[in-house]
Ligand binder design. Structure first.
Ligand SMILES: [Zn+2]
Length: 196
């Protein structure tokens, strides 16, 4: 592995992973294994299971993709902290992926070489599109309400207490559909967040 890439991955791990464990899940693995798959056994960029992360070396030799790599790495670190059960995640995968990208955006923001452009809101999007779309909505919620909403959504997925019909209302007084409607009417509130 290119030593600059290795250095950056270590830096992300040691700087950010402990903060994620502290905030979201102190019971998350305190020691993890990272495998670089050079044989392309995995069709995806990265994957996180239990305390193990597998990242594909497919494009690791091309400097053009290094920054993208840091992006994936941080997203997968978020999954290691989540430790959601698969039974629960099957129904709400969009939220788990949105929360992982929320972490990617919020904790990766001061890494200048990383590739974390915030996407724009579009009326064709929906809250359950997952990944960047859901993440942008979660950042808006974080700003509009407070970070404990994010923390409790994450906790609810881990405890399997999250319920689409009731959890959002308990946390904010509104259904997720109504929150999305508010967001779609004023998505630019997000620009008040300093890293944008
Ligand atoms: Zn993911």
């Amino acid at each position: 592995m290119n030593s600059a890439v290795q250095y950056r991955l270590s830096e992300l791990y040691f700087n950010i992973y402990p903060r994620l464990v502290n905030r979201f899940n102190p019971s998350a693995p305190h020691s993890i294994s990272i495998y670089i798959d050079g044989d392309r056994h995995y069709p995806f960029w990265g994957r996180a299971v239990n305390s193990k992360m597998i990242i594909s070396a497919h494009r690791l030799r091309n400097p053009q993709f290094y920054s993208r790599y840091y992006d994936i790495f941080l997203h997968e670190l978020a999954h290691l902290v989540q430790q959601y059960t698969t039974q629960n995640l099957a129904d709400v995968e969009w939220l788990g992926e949105g929360l992982a990208d929320y972490v990617r955006y919020t904790y990766g923001s001061d890494n200048l070489n990383a590739d974390w452009p915030m996407i724009e809101y579009r009326h064709t999007q929906n809250y359950n599109d997952g990944y960047k779309v859901t993440a942008r909505f979660l950042i808006w919620l974080d700003y509009k309400y407070n970070s404990s909403v994010i923390d409790k959504l994450d906790q609810g997925l881990r405890d399997v207490t999250y319920k689409q019909n009731t959890t959002w209302k308990e946390l904010t007084g509104k259904s997720v559909e109504d929150l999305w409607k508010d967001y779609s009417q004023n998505p630019d509130i997000i620009h008040h967040i300093p890293w944008i």
